[in-house]
Ligand binder design. Structure first.
Ligand code: GLC
Ligand code: CA
Length: 559
């Protein structure tokens, strides 16, 4: 496979709303990003993925787009964006935009037109159906459990329902409509012609709807149902025709540029994901396979993480480039979820990063991860902003769970864990804003903040920096073959990365205890040099056999 720039990239994800506010309105903005480009450059990341910056009523923090070709005034202007693009490019940093193709805001002009009459020019841009026996067209539920739970909203003006798989303020688009497709293609080309370097494609596997919009046959459970309406991606996602559609988008847009496209595919778990991004399918370059990172899964053991990595590896062997991440704006903080955010916060944050940055695939860093930001723990449901958390709370309590239990269940998985303001320093509002932040600052900012990490020689930030620079000096991290060492081990994740010129060995203790680890006779017969470790006195293998809590190291073979 010919090497592409995005295989060597390290992507830094910016949730602008919570990054840095420069005008005191409590909302992060592009001027804030501009101020921090050097912070990102210094870290070594060379690509930024922006969560949606477009004009939006902010029902779902920008995933509800009202104008695809402008920037939300809360973030700045289109000129501010162009300035960020230019300054980023000057620093060798590329920019990916979040592209939301499945739905718009109900305040988008297409929708305000579409709902006016059945013969409106834009009627067909959305999915309208008459009711069935005075009820919704089918039993699909909306993902945010809004209103009565249905994915259909009745509109009296034309006596029909429109489909919305998310909020009723986010109507699904109709990709069967050719005029809509053309409009989308030209909009995407407009951004690419401006110079953006690619897209993160939101919920890309649900664009195509199943023929006839059949009822879901899934078994209703406490967590997928409200009033009998079921959220069920096995019915609504990855349906026949999705691959033809993605190939068409690729032909009309992506293939014409040297860009990176990364698709969000949240429900597929195994090799069935491959057709979306295998190199010869000409659809998207790479995807986020959620696996253990899916917040609804039980927190994964080291063994499960390894099995998941083995799956990614087998995809990579089949010429499909993968991504490495354990959190993003929809997931809890990785150090809280997979590491130990109390006693071993720094060490475990570094160990998680060691794996992400030395296994095959493009690593993604979610803002704040590089300083080990942790989950928030807001006292009341009213402190939560995320529609998913609030809607789910409502559904759980309606399904009979006590409010305390529902809050306790949602706290560790709430999307707001990732959305609390970036902790820049230990001053008021963690230095995020001089005003009132749109969402509460996490209460550990005095202990966990960027200023502190930047001034300490062995901080998490510094460790990320070192890891990223290893990627630049050791091609085996990008190109090497991967072989696991003692795959069955319950606590340690270990592997080699090999090219004809070098071999790296990574050993990482993913547990709170000291464990024995044996690299086996063959590897022990070589001489290894320590490249990076998260304890200052980590010895070299093969002499070293005891691994302290969350201890990890990267070695290289000495010829
Ligand atoms: C994706 C986004 C999420 C959003 C949803 C609807 O999953 O990552 O934040 O709520 O799509 O656009
Ligand atoms: Ca602002």
């Amino acid at each position: 496979m010919e090497k592409k720039w995005w295989q060597e990239a390290v992507v830094y994800q910016i949730y602008c709303k919570s990054f840095l506010d420069t005008n005191g309105d409590g909302i992060g903005d592009l001027k804030g990003v501009l101020q921090k480009l050097d912070y990102i450059k210094e870290l070594g990341a060379n690509c930024i993925w922006f969560n949606p910056l477009y004009v939006s009523p902010q029902v779902d923090n920008g995933y509800d787009i009202a104008d695809y070709k402008n920037i939300d005034p809360a973030y700045g202007t289109l000129d501010d964006f162009k300035k960020v693009l230019e300054e980023a490019h000057k620093r060798g940093i590329r920019i990916l935009m979040d592209m939301v193709l499945n739905h718009t805001s109900d305040e988008h002009k297409w929708f305000t037109e579409s709902r006016k009459s059945k013969d409106n020019k834009y009627r067909d841009y959305y999915i309208w159906r008459p009711g069935k026996n005075g009820k919704e067209p089918n039993n699909w539920g909306n993902y945010f459990f809004e209103r009565n739970g249905s994915a259909w909203e009745y509109d009296g003006r034309t006596d029909e329902y429109y489909l919305h798989q998310y909020s009723y303020k986010m109507p699904d688009l109709n990709w069967e409509c050719e005029a809509l497709r053309e409009e989308m293609y030209s909009m995407m080309r407009w951004w690419l012609d401006m110079g953006v370097d690619g897209f993160r494609l939101d919920v890309i596997n649900i664009l195509k709807k199943p023929a006839g919009l059949p009822d879901s046959k899934a078994v209703p459970t406490l967590t997928n149902t409200k009033n009998g309406y079921i959220v069920d991606r096995t019915t609504t996602a990855n349906v026949e025709g999705i691959h033809e559609l993605l190939k068409e988008i690729n032909r009309n847009v992506f293939s014409k540029y040297d860009i990176m496209t990364v698709g969000e595919i949240s429900t597929l778990k195994g090799m069935e994901t491959l057709p979306f991004f295998a190199q010869d399918s000409h659809e998207i370059d790479t995807v986020f396979v959620f696996g253990v990172a899916n917040r609804d899964e039980v927190p994964a053991s080291p063994k499960k993480i390894k099995e998941f990595q083995a799956l990614l590896l087998s995809m990579a062997k089949r010429n499909a480039w993968v991504t490495q991440f354990l959190n993003n704006h929809d997931q809890p903080r990785q150090v809280s979820r997979f590491g130990n955010d109390t006693e071993h916060r720094e060490r475990s944050a570094k160990t998680l990063a060691t794996m992400i940055h030395t296994l095959v695939g493009t690593p993604f860093i979610y803002q704040g991860e590089e300083i080990g930001m942790t989950n928030v723990c807001y006292p009341s449901i009213n402190d939560y902003n995320d529609r998913y958390t609030v809607g789910r709370y409502d559904a759980l309590t309606k399904n009979g769970m006590s409010p305390e239990k529902a809050l306790a269940k949602l706290r560790p998985i709430s999307r707001d864990n990732a959305r609390s303001p970036f902790q820049w320093n230990d001053r008021e509002n963690a230095g995020f804003t001089s005003g009132k932040p749109w969402i509460k600052v996490g209460d550990r900012y005095k202990e966990i903040n960027a200023e502190k990490d930047l001034s300490s020689p062995d901080s998490i930030y510094k460790y990320y920096k070192d890891l990223i620079s290893l990627r630049k000096t050791h091609p085996a991290i990008v190109d090497g073959l991967t072989e696991f060492v003692d795959f069955e081990n319950e606590n340690v994740i270990s592997y080699t990365r090999t090219t004809s010129r070098e071999t790296l060995l990574v050993i990482a203790n993913f547990s709170d205890k000291t464990v024995e680890f044996d690299i086996g006779n063959e590897l022990a017969s070589f001489k290894w040099k320590t490249l990076l470790a998260n304890y200052s006195d980590t010895a070299a293998v093969p002499e070293k056999t005891e691994w302290r809590p969350w201890e990890s190291a990267v070695y290289s073979l000495e010829f």
